[in-house]
Design a protein around this ligand. Structure first.
Ligand code: F6P
Length: 360
């Protein structure tokens, strides 16, 4: 069984469905199989900055019911980069030494970080600086982390977007409308492409493939000629306007985020085709709710594998899903290989083979 370890686990970056399933698996395997202790750290690295550090002891009985619960019961944040952390007095400070000290105060032998590429890059840098034994688990609805075919949360997001398309299909047909669905995914078009194919979209626009409004309108006109008076369009949030400008919204604090491409397309398509258009922005609905069976499965497999990596003393590794199996790769390698949609890949070919326009 080896020495009794005390390990920490945290979730970092945007939440998604399946995070609690991964935490549950880590606790089950670490406590049940190896007899270790597991501390759940609150609010990502924020929990290690607090004094005393904010962490709770996790037991099997406590996490048993977590499998199907959405979000993360440990809390998370995608704000406050620890290298340039905004302090209450308005100053900016590097908090990495505080995080490392928090890890030591808790007496941790290793840390499991569940995050996307941004979070894993930050955690890795801190781990290198502080000699923290880090193991990464990939999560993101965007599914854009390199080397792994799947990240926790992606499948649930695709399911939600597909269900939205299924529902919109009927109302689109009833009113002879063009329905535009704007989905998340940051710079990658994976959610749009997968949900678009699975949900029977007529047009799928993704950041990886340039489009023109004229091509989209031609596709709608073709459908009209075939007697189909309605259409479904899926657009990924990072698709740019056809002028090349990004579609962004800015709040009163001057913070900008992706959003608005659906409305832009709606106006442009209405102008060029005369079609009646409506826009649905799915937003954070894609991140919430019950994880799909596949996300639960992957999260559980990742949690078990992450604990085994610690037992083997293999650190600075991220668990990956490849060809139906879990492997591990250096975190640095996963981060360095950003996974956008391959414009010549199987799914793009599938979409084209089905007569779905990609706007090019
Ligand atoms: O990276 C996950 C993600 O949901 C993206 O798809 C989206 O652009 C972003 O996070 C939204 O972030 P926030 O929760 O800060 O609005």
């Amino acid at each position: 069984m080896g020495e009794r370890k005390r390990i920490g686990i945290l979730t970092s970056g945007g939440d998604c469905a399946g995070l609690n399933a991964a935490i549950r698996a880590v606790v089950h395997h670490a406590v049940g199989t190896y007899g270790w202790e597991v501390l759940g750290i609150r609010q990502a690295t924020q929990g290690l900055i607090e004094r005393p550090p904010k962490a709770i002891n996790l037991e099997i009985n406590q996490v048993d019911s977590w499998l199907a619960i959405g979000g993360t019961l440990l809390g998370t944040t995608n704000q406050g980069n620890p290298f340039a952390f905004p302090m209450p007095d308005g100053t900016i400070r590097d908090r990495t030494e505080d995080i490392i000290a928090g890890y030591r105060m808790l007496g941790l032998d290793a840390l499991i970080g569940i995050g996307g590429d941004g979070s894993l890059a930050i955690l890795r840098k801190i781990a290198q600086q502080g000699g923290i034994n880090l193991v990464g688990i990939p999560k993101t609805i965007d599914n854009d982390i390199g080397i792994t075919e799947r990240a926790i949360g992606f499948d649930t997001a695709v399911n939600i977007a597909t269900e939205a398309l299924d529902r919109l299909h009927f109302t689109a047909a009833s009113h002879s409308r063009v329905m535009i669905v704007e989905v998340m995914g940051r710079d990658a078009g994976h959610i749009a492409l997968c949900a678009g194919i699975a949900g029977g979209a007529d047009v799928i626009l993704i950041p990886e493939i340039p489009y023109t409004i004229a091509n989209v309108c031609n596709r709608l006109a073709e459908r009209n000629q075939q007697g189909k008076s309605y259409s479904l369009i899926v657009v990924a949030e990072a698709v740019r306007k056809d002028t090349g400008e990004p579609a962004m919204t800015t709040n009163r604090l001057g913070q900008s985020r992706l959003g608005g491409i659906g409305q832009y397309l709606s106006d442009s398509i209405c102008a060029c085709s005369g079609a009646e258009t409506r826009v649905t922005v799915l937003g954070h609905v894609q991140r919430g709710g019950t994880p799909s069976p596949l996300d639960r499965l992957i999260a559980t497999a990742f949690g078990v594998a992450a604990v085994d990596l610690i037992a083997e003393g293999k650190y600075d590794q991220m668990v990956t899903w490849q060809r139906r199996q879990v492997f591990s790769v250096p975190i640095a390698e996963a981060i360095a290989n950003y996974a956008a949609v391959d414009p010549n890949g199987t799914l793009v070919k599938t979409a084209r083979g089905m007569g779905i326009s990609l706007g090019d």
